[in-house]
Design a protein around this ligand. Sequence first.
Ligand SMILES: O=P(O)(O)OC[C@H]1O[C@](O)(CO)[C@@H](O)[C@@H]1O
Length: 643
Amino acid sequence: MQTIKLPGASHKSFPVGASFSAKVIPRVGVRHQPVGTVFSGSVAGLESSIAPRNVIASVAKMLHAQKKGSLVDELPAWKDLKEHVADIEKTHLRDLLHDEARCMALIKESEGILCDFTRQRVTQRTLELLYELAEQSNLREKINAMFNGDHINSTEDRAVLHVATRAHRNQKIIVDGRDVVPDVWEVLDKIKAFTDKVRNGEWLGVTGKPLKKVVAIGIGGSFLGPLFVHTALRTEPNAMRASRDRTLRFLANVDPIDVARALDGLDPEETLVVVISKTFTTAETMLNARTVRSWLIERLGPDAVAKHMVAVSTNIKLVKEFGIDPDNAFGFWDWVGGRYSVCSAVGILPLSLQYGFDIMQEFLAGANNMDEHFKNQPYQDNLPVLIGLLSIWNVSFLGYGAKAILPYCQALSKLAPHIQQVDMESNGKGVDINGVRLPFQTGEIDFGEPGTNGQHSFYQLIHQGRVIPCEFIGIVRSQQSVYLKGEVVSNHDELMCNFFAQADALAYGKTPEQLRSDNVPDYLIPHRVFTGNRPSMSIMLPSCTAYTVGQLLSMYEHRIAVQGFIWNINSFDQWGVELGKVLASKVRNVMNAVRTRDRKVLPQDGFNYSTTRMMNKYLEGKTQILYPEGHDVFPIDMLRAGH
Ligand SMILES: O=P(O)(O)OC[C@H]1O[C@](O)(CO)[C@@H](O)[C@@H]1O
């Protein structure tokens, strides 16, 4: 049979004349219609008439997907899993945990990390069906497509290659025919050279003082990942030594209170500001950057910008227009998604300023280790694949829409907020990769707090209210150990006693019979029953170091990708954040008009009744502000504290 080549498609050749049903949407790609819908044509016809590369690639993928069933819930394995739910409903974790062979098979140890899946509501059969689902969903091909630099983010026509940001210098990763690893290392070498100079006092502020304080301005992925890693390393002994006398703060929210807090007590003469924005257009970040630039100029004069402000962005043109010397800009690439960018200059620059490049290189090595594991291990031993498949089971089959991330390690206290963005922005989608509305929900609601704090907060609901699969993360050797003479156990052992106890409490529960035998009065029994059978997984890291934090980050990133690949959604775009931004800019225009014209209320037209009412309350409620012209205003006393 004669075939044609489709550039950019993961399956490169298709029979000439292969038919399809699709609707071409200019500039966006192809929306896959349910089988039988009109727009039809042939691959050959497509190539000659509507040539855009992404359209052809999308059609090629679509044809392939269509062969296998257009939505994942039409796959045989999905249907088998649906039927299998009835078998699982007959089980209870307290019985499943007695099956030693099952437990042995469900405990996996790899790369120094022990994962215990025995408290998931699964049997060997469930896992077999999940592996089958992975096969039928082309999971392996999709993972390979990601590592091969295919444009799997089809709505933005981009590769998804955050793994390249932590590649070893001698690895080769090709994007659009070009090995990007030398580019990655060019930036890393530049970061090392710059951060060494700042840290050893070669790079000084405009008044000749060393820059020991860093304020990193950024939001979303340009904030949460770096904050997570910074929080994880603050009390790690090597990182602590390396950061003595240094300060790293973050400024994310456009709320001026955040500005006041970020700058409180800082001496501008000793402060270096890193503006981090992939696009360099994000409204919050740019206003904060302009605010802090004014703070510097007001105190140190206009020359301060060159010495006190640097940038991380893919948009060097806008960095320059902002007034930052491109020599002091650290680039990255459109194939690094914002929420996956902590291993690029987004995280490595501010964190190297604080901890030194060597420590951050360990972090990158840890992430790379888990990338290789993810790429190479078979499903049965592949930690991100296993965790991702189990989440699919919990969300799509058992109906548990949320999960709790519960590190028993204070250093990991910002893991949950970071994963909230990575997971919810990636997998909270309503259509599949071809644009077909999904008849089931994707994504999970993520939340979490470190243990034991969470126990005194929301665990009540987890034990006796809703069923929320929990992910317990424990550490063998604490960053900081304390043992008080006379105490029963050391402080870290005390913490870990709770880590072990909670998982079993959720799984086993407590029956009315047990309560009766404990002499609990009858009227209290219903209140004190724990139904148990509540799933959790326990993950144990040997320590909480830069290396293991890198592994953990990569493991979570890839489990999220696995879920998206199975649901067949695009986990790498985020159109859902756009509408609010557009509406905010409409409000901004009106707000400016009202404030500059000394009006107290909004004009009648423009917004609906309720928005108008609420905005008028706001506008009337504070002393009339008239924006002054021609100079910047810092009315907040705290901002003067540096003087
Ligand atoms: O780095 P930027 O371009 O300022 O974007 C910040 C964040 O805004 C978003 O685009 C939307 O919230 C995130 O995906 C991103 O991490």
